[in-house]
Design a protein around this ligand. Structure first.
Ligand code: PRX
Length: 653
């Protein structure tokens, strides 16, 4: 966010108390904070009893070798059993688990009993392919129920999954398959997006021709669009054929609470994505608890909808694991909000009577742009609680969400968390918190977060600093897959034994936390984490690029937009087509979400004496601001060279 936005954010003075109906019947009350504060470990131990354990844990936290935590380590459970079978055993087999809404308008209601059967057959199919506990399975699917089934089937047999967002390119997919050492890939022929059929299988085929993926033995292909796909003999098999004829029941095996559940890759400050490792018991405890507390979920009556993709952590924790562990009924939508028309989200809410909605600020800002007359045409009175995630929500978007979607009656929960935290960490509680538009506000019960200065001392209220988490939490990442040292260095070095989140934050005079964006080289584009280093390395892989620097600049819709500064081999070309070519090159290399909005050819890049690129100054140029301090540059004149050489900083190329 720009400094100006941050200043506006902190001037925000509007306050919204929970409505009486929500406060009176809330799952969690103010008292819970005190209870959790009095004994955090006991609090989490109590929350663990939301789950069904094959062997109840006696231990809670083992922090004897920080920063490597173990939660509930002597307990045993099966995650898939907790998300599916136990609800059927409790007589809820006919409850709809997933109302699937395809983009073309097809729909399917899947009950818990049906989900149980599908997961059982998929688990047998994976076992038949030789997948054992501990083996990794890559999942590269569109937003279809089979994504949840595949994840749960892996969980059931103890095979950690690595879901790769369906928008990633072959290179990005191959890098993730290689790093995780996956033996099986589950994909689809394609999916529907914005009225078109997007092919996925060819991307997998291409990824499997690249280096480092020789361990992939099998590819299972879900038929979604029916488009033609090439199937490689002995390697590829249709999902429906692999499942057909498999037994419809499957005896779950219990795994230790610290058994790896999944790896999910997230951007780091160096080019290589980090495989964030999550384990079973602690993760599921916090995912289930926070979903219950923050959405005030009443599983008998609520219809919940999280609009994220399963390829991101939000989809893992708040489409699959949290809601299903809680026996929720939810909507899963395949496509985009404007297909086939801009009222699609509101039409879906009216169709299913959605009561709890979880979406992202970038989407809300897009809806604002389209105009409030669009949601006004639909019946949104079923809504009770509105959630936001992915980036700071600016007060204008918050108020618009409150008025035009929530009808001025639905508490907004602005939830701060990360791929690494696994589950929500800072958020208002709908029945308790007097909300402040733009602030995530309060660490959830059992969570300790604060703001510190450069020296690691508690920052005084009103003074900005760095967000740190002071004590371990059940859903925390356990390490970076295959790289314990990077785990230590990235998160635990800067402020001693406290977790450094990489976010700037400020506490106000009430002690409420306001998030202020990343302080490292990670950008938040439409709420997605993209590292400057990844885009830069994609750019320099183009034969005509000598050097590249990338910054995230404030953007009214996407939060941040990527602006790339490149030095061309052989000097700056005359015209623009090259910029288009470079944008396309990044999209091909990393995927369309990483495509720079602007590419600017420059003669030099601003560097410190130690050779570090000063992105702060490039950001000033890209946002048309006066330049900040240039005295640490090797050559302060470089910035003038850059500024003067640019056509106009606002030119989109
Ligand atoms: O900068 C914070 C921002 O998103 C980052 C985490 O990104 P990712 O791992 O992709 O997970 C996104 C979904 C949980 C954080 O470091 N962020 C996420 N939620 C918020 C937020 N920033 C401010 N307010 C939020 N509610």
């Amino acid at each position: 966010m720009s400094n100006e936005n941050v200043a506006n954010l902190l001037k925000e003075e509007r306050r919204f108390a929970p409505n009486a109906e929500i406060a009176d019947g809330a799952n969690v009350t103010a008292h819970t904070y005190a209870q959790a504060n009095a004994d955090e470990l006991r609090f989490w131990k109590n929350q663990a009893s939301r789950l069904t354990w094959s062997r109840e844990p006696i231990q809670t936290l083992d922090w004897s070798s920080p920063p490597f935590a173990k939660w509930f380590a002597d307990g045993e459970l099966n995650v898939a059993y907790n998300c599916v079978d136990r609800h059927v055993e409790a007589g809820l087999g006919d409850r709809v688990a997933i109302h699937f809404e395809g983009e073309p308008g097809d729909s399917r209601a899947i009950t818990y009993a049906e989900l149980q059967r599908d997961v059982a057959q998929a688990a047998h199919a994976l076992t038949a392919l030789g997948v054992h506990a501990g083996d990794r399975v890559a999942i590269y699917l569109p937003m279809i129920p089979e994504a949840a089934v595949a994840m749960l089937a892996c969980a059931r047999i103890g095979a950690p999954h690595s879901v790769v967002f369906g928008g990633f390119s072959a290179d990005a997919l191959a890098a993730r398959i290689a790093d995780a050492g996956a033996q099986v890939v589950i994909t689809a022929d394609g999916g529907y997006r914005r009225g078109k059929q997007l092919a996925l299988k060819p991307t997998v085929d291409q990824a499997l021709t690249l280096d480092g993926v020789g361990h992939v033995r099998h590819v299972l292909v879900v038929r979604r669009t029916g488009q033609d796909v090439a199937m490689k003999d002995g390697r590829d098999e249709w999902w429906h054929e692999a499942l057909a004829g498999q037994p419809e029941d499957h005896t779950p095996v219990a795994f230790g609470a610290e058994h790896p559940l999944f790896i999910l890759y997230t951007s780091g400050t160096t080019g290589k994505p980090k495989g964030i490792l999550h384990t079973s018991g602690g993760y599921l405890t916090q995912a289930a608890y926070t979903h219950h507390a923050v959405f005030d979920l009443k599983p008998e009556t609520d219809v919940y909808w999280c609009t994220a993709d399963v390829g991101w952590i939000t989809g893992h924790s708040y489409i699959v694991y949290g809601p299903l562990a809680n026996g929720a009924t939810q909507v899963m939508y395949e496509g985009t909000p404007d297909a086939p028309h801009r009222g699609r989200f509101w039409e879906i809410i009216a169709k299913y009577g959605v009561s709890l909605l979880y979406t992202a600020p970038t989407a809300i800002r897009t809806f604002m742009k389209w105009g409030e007359h669009i949601p006004a045409d639909y019946d949104l009175t079923s809504l009770r609680v509105l959630g936001s995630v992915g980036e700071p929500i600016n007060p204008e978007a918050w108020i618009w969400y409150w008025e035009h979607i929530g009808g001025g009656r639905c508490p907004i929960v602005d939830t701060w968390w990360q791929t690494e935290t696994g589950a929500m960490m800072i958020s208002p509680l709908p029945g308790v918190t007097v909300t402040k538009p733009g602030a995530a506000q309060t660490p959830l019960p059992g969570i300790s977060a604060t703001v510190v200065d450069d020296g690691g001392n508690e920052a005084p209220d009103g003074v900005g600093g760095y967000l740190v988490l002071e004590r371990p939490w059940p859903a925390m990442l356990r390490t970076i897959w295959g790289d314990d040292q990077r785990y230590i260095d990235t998160y635990w070095k800067r402020f001693g034994n406290r977790y450094f989140a990489g976010d700037g934050a400020k506490k106000d005079e009430d002690g409420d936390i306001w998030l202020m964006g990343r302080v490292d080289d990670v950008m938040l584009v439409s709420g997605h984490n993209i590292s400057t280093a990844e885009v830069e390395s994609a750019l320099v892989s183009h034969p005509q690029v000598a050097e590249a620097a990338v910054v995230g600049v404030a953007d009214a819709t996407t939060g941040q937009a990527i602006v790339a500064f490149v030095i061309m081999r052989g000097g700056v070309p005359e015209d623009g087509p090259l910029a288009g070519e470079l944008r396309a090159h990044v999209a091909r290399t990393l995927g369309p979400i990483a495509k720079p909005q602007r590419v600017l050819c420059v003669p030099e890049l601003p560097k410190t004496r130690s050779g570090k690129i000063m992105r702060r100054l490039l950001r000033d140029v890209a946002e048309n601001r006066e330049l900040g301090d240039v005295t640490t540059l090797t050559d302060p004149a470089v910035m003038h060279l850059i500024k003067d050489g640019l056509p106009t900083a606002n030119n989109k190329s």
